[in-house]
Write a protein of this length. Structure first.
Length: 133
């Protein structure tokens, strides 16, 4: 089971105030959003997020505090993204298409928000693909 990397007060503090009207009042809904966002962050880091969240220092002896803070920010960024585009796009993709002659383009939504990706990438914990070496 994935840990939850943020608390609702972290979301309230980080998310743009234009979205505050979308905040769920029900703590079950808040917990569900935090859990889903944390699961996505864990997946996008290939489980590194879970390891960083449950350990106090890296094998090099450095503290994981900065990376844990980045995980919290990424969860908040992801929830803000869902407020913007709707959480249903995470599972069904964006609706609509573009047709020009024989070319048809059907949009696919970003699963991970651009801001959450940046936060994880800057912290050095976003999985970008196979490593060489």
């Amino acid at each position: 089971m994935t840990s939850v990397y943020a608390e609702w007060q972290d979301v309230v503090a980080r998310v743009d105030s234009t979205h505050t009207g979308l905040f769920p009042d029900d703590t079950d809904d808040q917990d569900r959003l935090l859990t889903k966002a944390s699961e996505l962050i864990s997946e996008m880091t290939l489980g590194r997020a879970e390891w960083l969240w449950t350990n106090e220092e890296l094998p090099t002896g450095e503290s994981t505090d900065d990376m844990q803070a980045a995980l919290t920010r990424a969860v908040c960024d992801q929830i803000e993204f869902w407020f913007e585009v709707g959480p249903e796009h995470d599972t069904s993709g964006l609706r609509g298409s573009l047709v020009g002659g024989r070319l048809q383009v059907h949009p696919v939504s970003n699963t991970l928000s651009p801001r959450a990706r940046r936060t994880l990438r800057n912290a050095g914990i976003y999985w970008e693909g196979a490593a060489i070496g």
